[in-house]
Design a binder for this molecule. Structure first.
Ligand SMILES: C[S@@+](CC[C@H](N)C(=O)[O-])C[C@H]1O[C@@H](n2cnc3c(N)ncnc32)[C@H](O)[C@@H]1O
Length: 258
């Protein structure tokens, strides 16, 4: 890798926590070069100057580099654990439950959380809850607010009975979550390595986000999360942070803060 490119990777790391190792370096390089060619800049140092002078270019680059892969009920066991084990333990009459989806991409995760809560109400009765959904990628957040999804997002893991119950059909291959699923979710633009976090969350979903971070950025985020319970993805772990979180359910990658 050239020194110029390394400097650009460092810029992106400082702004987002993301690092590009192994196969991801080549993908990141080609995305950076696409941005440079769009701006008709041929060398990395001019592009670095541009990034420093124009923060919106940094945002565009971050959007180009972010991995937004997601779908409804990704890692289904986590939504079963939320509905069947965690919610019965933590809901309290008269109190609004706060759930944070950190790194929500195009919204499949926060809307899946709402569906899991609505399904749990059949067993537990009505309870008040809100879902705060955040991402640093403003384009992904715009898609999340628009809330229109193609076949892959709704069929990959979500049982068809839930699609029929909680989605309206827009066309042969487009679906939108119904009002009752969209209403409890508020979206905001939060960069996990730079911005303040929502306070007093009962449950935090931070899945498939820290996997792309450097160890230092990952550690910074885990230390700042103020949730009572935390779901990570199966590719992530909290080893090394045992003084902050203890494992509650290894299969569901669920942790409780100490
Ligand atoms: C692979 S998606 C995960 C989506 C969802 N959580 C899931 O598990 O399906 C990763 C998301 O993390 C976001 N992300 C990356 N760096 C971030 C940062 N520093 N702050 C907030 N979000 C970030 C990306 O924009 C992307 O939307």
């Amino acid at each position: 890798m050239t020194a110029g490119l390394e400097v650009l990777f460092q810029e992106v790391h400082d702004a987002t926590g993301m690092e590009f190792l192994g196969g991801r370096a080549a993908v990141a390089e080609s995305r950076i070069r696409e941005r440079m060619s769009l701006l008709e800049l041929s060398d990395c140092s001019s592009y670095r100057d541009r990034l420093k002078a124009d923060r919106s270019e940094l945002a565009s680059l971050v959007e180009a580099l972010a991995v937004n892969e997601t779908f409804f009920f990704r890692h289904p066991i986590q939504f079963e654990t939320l509905g069947n084990e965690l919610l019965p333990k933590i809901i309290k009459p008269g109190r609004t439950l706060r759930i944070w989806s950190a790194g929500c991409a195009n919204g499949c995760e926060p809307y899946s959380i709402v569906i899991a809560c609505l399904e749990a109400m059949k067993m537990l009765g009505h309870f008040a809850f809100e879902v705060i959904a955040s991402d640093l990628d403003t384009q992904a957040l715009a898609e999340a607010r628009r809330a229109e999804y193609g076949e892959r997002a709704v069929t990959q893991e979500m049982p068809s009975v839930l699609r029929d119950r909680y989605f309206e059909t827009l066309s042969d291959d487009r679906w939108r979550p119904i009002d009752a699923v969209r209403r409890p979710v508020s979206f905001s633009n939060i960069n996990l390595v730079a911005d303040p976090y929502p306070l007093l969350c009962d449950v935090v979903f931070c899945r498939n986000v820290l996997y792309y971070f450097s160890p230092a950025a990952r550690s910074q985020v885990i230390r700042r999360i103020r949730g009572r319970y935390l779901f990570l993805s199966p590719t992530e772990s909290l080893s090394g942070f045992e003084t902050l979180f203890q494992s509650v359910d290894l299969k569901a990658c669920l942790y409780e803060s100490r």
